[in-house]
Design a protein around this ligand. Structure first.
Ligand code: SF4
Length: 203
């Protein structure tokens, strides 16, 4: 049976797609189907009804939910928006972890939909310029993907969404320094997160 939700330290994670247009060198998906004991490979993408059932049957209280997936959540935008709205209507804080390519993926500006359905957006910046991003993440949308990600983050901030950037700690220190500079120039916080290499080390 597919795992549409899983819990980590009191936060509910929402697994709504396995699709992603990147092939990041550090992606855990390339060497495992499992995360913290959950098999996150999906036989099909869940609908809103699937997510509502999973959430309603969860049986434990939680204050925060995160669209994280084992893939890029904005590939399943319909389920994301409806599920986010449902959670927010119950007073639950909702975060989207995204590679920032939602506009390219959906061929439209998704920020108005996110305004209704999430409270916070966490964008994987990953690298400091087009070329380095291309080499690390191999985006299917090509060389200008990095520019689009910055644009998306700027749009979220302007729309009043709470936003942050992340990078993983495996990139060079100089890249981290340059990412910090980009983030600070945009008035967006940046978090350096520990690289997850296997099931056991996820914190
Ligand atoms: S964007 Fe996320 S899910 Fe997609 S390949 Fe990179 S790390 Fe994996």
């Amino acid at each position: 049976m597919d795992n549409y939700i899983y819990e980590l330290k009191g936060t509910l994670y929402l697994n709504i797609t396995n699709k992603c247009g990147n092939r990041c060198e550090f992606c855990i998906r390339s060497n495992s189907d499992m995360l913290v004991g959950y098999d996150l490979r999906l036989s099909r993408e869940p609908s809103f009804e699937d997510m509502k059932n999973a959430i309603d049957n969860y049986g434990k209280p939680f204050a925060e939910a995160v669209f994280c997936g084992y893939g890029e959540p904005t590939y399943n935008m319909n389920t994301l928006v409806k599920t986010g709205e449902y959670l927010k209507s119950k007073g639950i804080k909702v975060r989207l972890n995204t590679n920032g390519q939602g506009k390219l993926i959906n061929d439209r500006d998704i920020i108005p939909e996110l305004k209704r359905s999430v409270d916070e957006v966490s964008v994987s910046l990953n690298e400091a310029d087009r070329g380095a991003y291309q080499n690390l993440c191999h985006p299917k949308f090509g060389m200008f993907t990095h520019d689009e990600i910055l644009d998306f983050a700027k749009g979220c901030k302007e729309a009043g969404l709470s936003i942050r950037f992340t990078v993983v700690d495996i990139i060079p220190n100089d890249s981290i320094r340059r990412c910090r500079k980009i983030a600070s120039g945009m008035g967006i916080p940046l978090i350096v997160r520990r690289h997850i290499s296997d099931n056991e080390s996820y914190k």
